[in-house]
Design a protein around this ligand. Structure first.
Ligand code: ZN
Ligand code: ZN
Length: 404
């Protein structure tokens, strides 16, 4: 049988549930989805899933290395070691997640998950590859304890699916489950910036750790959740969302006058970072912000582009073992440029056209590389020639259509 990565089909499942949630929220007259927010969430998720195809292999080797050389025990897979592994994974997750909120360098990766002011299934996709890497570092204690990499990766697969289902407003409280499981209601609290709900409910599958370590709060009927960061980002720029806090840290680090101060910047709490830094950086990096409402043309363009990225992600995952390394570099670049492109259109940035142009060139180069034929060479040359010759005319046409 062909060696396909069937995980690709989870992308379909994921899109199905998002669609279902969208229909339910429309039926009940609730507005759980904002256009730009949903696209931004999906785009961040596409990048993470894409880069993760290459990162997971690395971590398997890392876990394997620790297991072979340093494991304290060697657990055989029995029902109780599986159960033990599940508890250990959930416990490690609790501490990873809590520290991700309390320590700046970890927050720099996790903050992205909390930027959305919506709360729906698309938010569960809002994770960066940096977060995935930090999290896996925490999980390195599992092979050290004596769980084999094969057991760990299987369990993390199931463990990774669960949090998807708790990112929704369409499910109310779940009776007896509320006592020991992390439910949508608990996770709504976690994503809220209300004073009362801040820094609560870090659990992934079990809520018992929060109850044990004093970080549990339940969702109250008279305190409606307000989602997002305490100071909202108000930007859908693909790169800004991922790197704004790293830049803030870097600025604070440079401004610190002694090593104690620098240490505090890296390992202190996010609240201690000077709140004036972000607006100063926004002035430098996010100049000339257009209106936040998109035209119809822009929306169609962004939806098509996101759809194309999802299809490419699906195919890249499915045929992971057949794609030569060079080609996968092209695919990654192509998708990342597309994601930046979508962000730029959502933000109505006119420089998006130059990105679009480089994406076309990228495509042309990939063709030359992988279909080395005289006719292909001639057509690519013609294509690039026309694109360059009519550059300003094409640009004018694009601007008219997209920006009116
Ligand atoms: Zn969190
Ligand atoms: Zn979440």
């Amino acid at each position: 049988m062909a060696h396909l990565n069937l995980l690709a089909f989870s992308i379909g499942g994921f899109m199905f549930f998002i669609g279902l949630e969208y229909l339910v929220s429309r039926r009940t007259g609730k507005n759980y989805f904002q256009f730009a927010e949903s696209i931004a969430n999906l785009n961040i998720g596409i990048a993470e899933r894409l880069l993760d195809i290459f990162v997971t292999g690395l971590f398997y080797f890392f876990f394997d290395f620790i297991y072979r050389n340093f494991a304290l025990w060697h657990f055989k897979p029995t029902w109780y070691t599986w159960f033990l592994l599940f508890l250990a994974t959930d416990f490690v997750w609790y501490w990873y997640h809590r520290l991700a909120h309390e320590v700046n360098i970890l927050w720099a990766a996790h903050v992205v998950h909390h930027q959305s002011e919506d709360f729906n299934y698309t938010v569960s996709a809002r994770i960066t590859v940096f977060q995935a890497a930090f999290r896996s570092l925490f999980w390195a204690v599992l092979p050290l304890m004596g769980f084999s990499p094969a057991m760990i990766t299987s369990l993390l697969l199931v463990h990774g699916l669960y949090p998807f289902f708790i990112h929704t407003q369409t499910i109310g409280k779940l009776g007896i489950l509320e006592y020991f499981m992390v439910t949508p209601s608990h996770h709504r609290v976690h994503h809220s910036s209300n004073e009362k709900y801040l820094d609560k409910n870090y659990g992934d599958v079990l809520i018992i750790w929060d109850k044990m370590f004093g970080t549990f709060t339940k969702e109250e009927d008279d305190e409606k959740c307000v989602y997002g960061l305490t100071t909202p980002l108000k930007s859908h720029s693909f790169l800004w969302q991922q790197f704004h806090f790293m830049l803030e840290l870097w600025t604070a680090f440079k401004r610190a006058t002694n090593w104690k101060g620098r240490w505090k910047v890296l390992f202190g709490k996010p609240d201690d970072i000077d709140p004036n830094i972000r607006p100063q950086l926004e002035l430098i990096w996010l100049r000339q912000r257009g209106p936040q409402e998109q035209t119809k043309g822009q929306r169609i363009y962004v939806v098509l582009q996101t759809g194309l990225s999802i299809v490419l992600l699906f195919l890249t995952t499915l045929f992971e073992h057949y794609i030569p390394a060079g080609l996968s570099v092209f695919i990654v670049l192509f998708i990342i440029v597309s994601l930046m492109n979508s962000g730029a259109i959502l933000e109505q940035k006119k420089w998006f056209f130059y990105l679009e142009y480089s994406r076309m060139l990228l495509l042309a180069i990939a063709f030359l590389f992988y279909v080395p034929h005289l006719y292909v060479f001639m057509s690519v040359l013609l294509f690039v020639g026309l694109l360059t010759f009519y550059f300003s005319r094409i640009r004018a046409y694009f601007y008219r259509w997209l920006f009116q």
